[in-house]
Design a protein around this ligand. Structure first.
Ligand code: DC
Length: 212
């Protein structure tokens, strides 16, 4: 089974993906991490983020076994990832890895921006997770504060809006809901309620398939 989860920054898709994978005994890939790793490699090389040759080389030589999640999850790396991920050569170099990951038994939950539209258009189940930008900014602010980072919620909101615009407005595989993706709006839901709603979606799709 392949479950594709897409959605904007701080929508809760990563946590949902991890929990769904645990629940169904599937592997989980947070595809944002691979774009973050490319961005980090370009930053480390001291090259500009729109250097197509450097970013393409980084994407082709990626080694996920060496990812340092804590470093990759930092705010500047996320911003940089939003820039390098708009480069078509970078996206093309990462397709096979994502598809190979998903097709390896017993299947996987992948979360990102283009999983249901480009990477697995034939995924068994597609969920598009979203939430109002203000709710996402609130959550991200609390998360960062809990990690000891002092942040201003208005600045976090401005970052989120900028990132939404960049991820949705780019020409290469923009963030958008696949026509057959189930919408899960988590604005009013905490993570447990969102998880139950996601399970309901998966179960409804599976039940429908068994009947059909
Ligand atoms: O989900 P995230 O915040 O870790 O993603 C970081 C950036 O990577 C995001 O702004 C856009 C990009 N990204 C992408 O273009 N495609 C994906 N499948 C996942 C992430």
């Amino acid at each position: 089974m392949i479950i594709a989860i897409d959605g904007p920054a701080a929508s809760g898709k990563g946590t949902l993906g991890r929990r769904l994978a645990g629940h169904y005994g599937l592997r989980h890939l947070d595809t944002g991490l691979i774009y973050r790793a490319v961005a980090k490699a370009v930053l480390d090389a001291g090259e500009p983020l729109d250097d197509v040759a450097c970013a393409g080389r980084a994407a082709r030589s990626l080694d996920p076994s060496r990812f340092d999640e804590q470093v990759l999850k930092s705010h500047p790396v996320g911003e940089a990832a939003s820039v390098v991920s708009a480069i078509p050569e970078v996206r093309a170099a990462l397709i096979d890895f994502q598809r190979g990951f998903g097709r390896t038994p017993p299947g996987a939950v992948l979360d990102g921006r283009d999983i249901g539209t480009v990477i697995f258009p034939d995924a068994d189940i597609k969920i598009f997770v979203t939430a109002a930008p203000e709710a996402r900014a609130r959550r991200r602010t609390l998360e960062l504060q809990a990690a000891g980072v002092s942040v201003n919620e208005e600045e976090v909101l401005a970052d989120i809006l900028r990132r939404d615009q960049r991820d949705s407005g780019r020409a290469a595989a923009p963030l958008k809901r696949a026509p057959d993706a189930h919408l899960l709006d988590t604005t009013q839901l905490d993570i447990d309620a969102a998880f139950r709603a996601a399970i309901d979606i998966v179960e409804a799709v599976r039940a429908g398939r068994q009947r059909g």
